[in-house]
Design a protein around this ligand. Structure first.
Ligand code: SAM
Length: 257
């Protein structure tokens, strides 16, 4: 079986890591686990042992013979693009909790997360991603890795860096190291008065990383922005990467009033 680079096929072969990923979210028998890209079934094997319901999305139909053996009344594999999934049709039962546990194809990490966020009742997800990307998801203000994606995802999720996975744990061996990250939906999301404005403000704030925040936001109401500068004692030289999620929310809400 020749791995298809174009589909991000790097198969995990380390049994301990596979078990740790499968067990990174405790699930019960009435829950649904979604696996994106089951590949040859290395992780699927451990996910089926959890006795929850399992729904897999694998784009590569040539992998059917490897995955068919896992199908039963609780496990279903759909051979289609996860990004085009119709969850209303595919998830036709009310589950107490829905989780995603997956070793995803790295070339579509952000689209996968954005698509996953549209699943009703999604509670938490553990994803194996590129280490550098994992660091970006978990970055704190003032660090180089902190960016608009960090702020955006931290608005929805509590994000936890779980553990590293060395490139030698895969076949074929990829160029980069990896890490497992857990995203748990925030039970109480901060109140944003205008989400559309919030998302645009985050994008604009980080647009030119070398510019100051005020320079990036010069098309916004500067009086309102200055009020937040005074409130948090921010300097004129402040850049977007120094601001916490709460301050971005505060700016948005101040602009929305
Ligand atoms: N889960 C397996 C493992 O841990 O060894 C395989 C992981 S491999 C990194 C990613 C898998 O995602 C491949 O099997 C690939 O064919 C599949 N894939 C790529 N793009 C996809 C998409 N858009 N939708 C569903 N599966 C996809």
């Amino acid at each position: 079986m020749k791995a298809k680079k174009s589909l991000g096929q790097n198969f995990l072969t380390d049994e301990t890591i596979l078990q740790n990923i499968a067990n990174s979210i405790p699930t019960n028998i009435n829950d649904l686990i979604i696996e994106i890209g089951p590949g040859l079934g290395a992780l699927t094997k451990y996910l089926t042992k959890k006795n929850s319901y399992l729904l897999g999305y694998e784009i590569d139909t040539s992998l059917k013979p490897y995955l068919k053996i896992y199908e039963n009344n609780k496990t279903k594999i759909l051979f289609q693009d996860f990004l085009k999934a119709n969850f209303k049709e595919d998830i036709n039962k009310e589950y107490e909790n829905i989780y995603i546990i997956a070793n995803i194809p790295y070339y579509i990490t952000t689209p996968i997360i954005k698509k996953a966020m549209t699943i009703k009742n999604l509670k938490s997800m553990s994803l194996l991603v590129q280490k550098e990307v994992a660091e970006r998801f978990c970055a704190k203000p003032h660090s180089k890795a902190y960016g608009s994606l960090t702020v955006y995802l931290n608005y929805y999720f509590d994000i936890k860096y779980l553990f590293d996975v060395k490139k030698t744990c895969f076949n074929p061996i990829p160029k980069v190291d990896s890490a497992v990250v857990n995203f748990t939906k925030k039970e109480k999301q901060a109140k944003v008065l205008n989400e559309e404005l919030f998302f645009k403000l985050i994008e604009d704030s980080f647009q030119y990383k070398r510019k100051t925040l005020k320079n990036n936001l010069k098309n916004y109401n500067l009086d309102k922005i200055n009020e937040i500068y005074t409130k948090y004692n921010l300097k004129e030289t402040t850049r977007a990467e120094e601001l916490s999620l709460d301050i971005f929310i505060d700016i948005t809400n101040n602009l929305s009033q």
